[in-house]
Ligand binder design. Structure first.
Ligand SMILES: [Zn+2]
Length: 413
């Protein structure tokens, strides 16, 4: 047996122009080479082993959860396999995973969003426990086209590959992205105060929250912010949309767009210019509030307004704000989770969120397939003697074995 040396070019010199600690550590350990010209990571024998181990875990974790491992090379080919076998093989012909290069593609059809969600959650948990990485978590995110979206993530540093701005809670360790659902109502400042009598006050030129707070000497959490948009219905008719969040929160366009589509059938959410708002709402830009909003305007309030007391809102007349507005006494719009997190926003445990970065390692989205095709994967359906069987929910996504390998080699932030 001949003796061969393994190519393991360890070096003390970090690769040029690379900030990602995972890539730096892989290169220094001689496991990979980084091509700065095209951003490619070239795995050498020891790195290839690490990458292969991740692929093995991904494949095993997914097949343990019922995803059939196939090699069909395209989404269309997987659909044709499902179409051929779904009637006889049921669930076994509706959930697939496929290794494509350094990615694992996931495609699965379900009859309802609930079973799709349960499957996504099981897949995420199985992968995290298979990899044995306590720093990996899955986080719900909100994306425009998906019913629900889950991201496999680990905290990282700015500049790391796949890094996105996020927030983490120092008290409980929860990680979230700006558009992640809150699912809880924050404690309201002034909750113990008696409800005051609403009163319109003159606030000249106070068309920003900061200016309003300064004129009335109030904290930003005691204000209500109105954000105006335009969206279209099925007949392309424009509708004014007025959304309200507590002053210290920001609005999430992604969450608002999802809500409008699901609850009001409105799409194409966009900002409106002053002239358009004047036409659709009237001369109140900068002074919009939920009290006395014209009834043709689509309104929605954020969870952060539930139970808010003695808050200041626009009075829907130029130059005026209304003090002592209370929810639900004075305004009671449909309530939805439409706010973004910001640094300082309270976590469900009460601790404040701090800004961080998180590396996106994989993503599963639950997509409602309306019609025969949505540009992605076709809807699966078949008939048998019990009638028609429709599977209009698609679990669609992928996991990156490359990013997971890099994350496993990166320094803890
Ligand atoms: Zn927390």
């Amino acid at each position: 047996m001949s003796e061969h040396k393994t190519l393991l070019p360890k070096t003390d010199n970090p690769p040029a122009k690379v900030k990602d600690s995972g890539i730096i550590n892989l290169v220094k350990a001689g496991k990979a080479v980084y091509n700065a010209k095209n951003g490619e990571l070239l795995f050498l024998p020891e790195g290839e082993l690490a990458l292969r181990e991740v692929k093995t875990v991904l494949g095993a974790s997914l097949s343990a959860e019922g995803f059939q491992r196939v090699d069909c090379a395209s989404d269309d080919a997987i659909f044709s396999v499902a179409e051929r076998f779904a009637r006889e093989w049921r669930e076994a012909a509706r959930s697939f995973c496929e290794e494509r290069g350094r990615e694992f593609r996931i495609i699965s059809w379900d009859a309802n969003a609930g079973s799709s969600f349960a499957k996504a959650e099981r897949a995420m948990k199985s992968i995290i426990s298979g990899l044995g990485e306590s720093a990996f978590v899955f986080v719900e995110d909100v994306a425009p086209d998906a019913e629900r979206t889950f991201v496999l993530a680990s905290r990282c540093e700015a500049g790391d590959v796949g890094g996105r701005a996020g927030f983490f809670c120092e008290s409980c360790g929860a990680l979230r992205f700006p558009d992640s659902p809150f699912g809880y109502t924050p404690r309201q400042p002034g909750a113990e105060e008696p409800e005051g009598v609403p009163e319109d006050v003159e606030t000249p030129m106070a068309n920003t929250i900061a200016e309003l707070c300064s004129q009335l000497s109030i904290d930003i959490s005691r204000t209500l912010k109105a954000m105006l948009y335009v969206a279209a219905d099925g007949d392309s008719k424009r509708h004014a949309v007025a959304s309200f969040v507590r002053g210290d929160y920001n609005l999430s366009m992604n969450k608002l767009a999802r809500w409008l589509e699901r609850e009001r059938g409105l799409t194409g959410l966009r900002s409106a210019d002053k002239a358009e708002l004047r036409e659709l709402i009237g001369e109140v830009a900068g002074y919009c509030g939920p009290v006395g909003m014209p009834s043709h305007v689509v309104t929605v309030g954020d969870l952060s307004l539930v139970g808010s007391k003695n808050t200041v809102a626009g009075a829907n007349r130029p130059g005026y704000h209304r003090k002592c507005c209370c929810h639900p006494r004075d305004f009671d719009p449909p309530i939805a989770d439409i706010a973004q997190a910001a640094a300082g926003t309270p976590c469900s445990c009460g601790g404040p969120y701090r800004a961080c970065f998180a590396r996106e390692l994989g993503r599963l989205a639950i997509i409602g397939l309306s019609g025969a095709e949505n540009g992605k994967v076709k809807k699966l359906s078949y008939r048998d003697r019990d009638g028609a069987h429709d599977f209009p929910f698609l679990l669609d996504g992928s996991f990156s074995a490359e990013r997971i390998t890099v994350a496993r080699h990166s320094d803890a932030p």
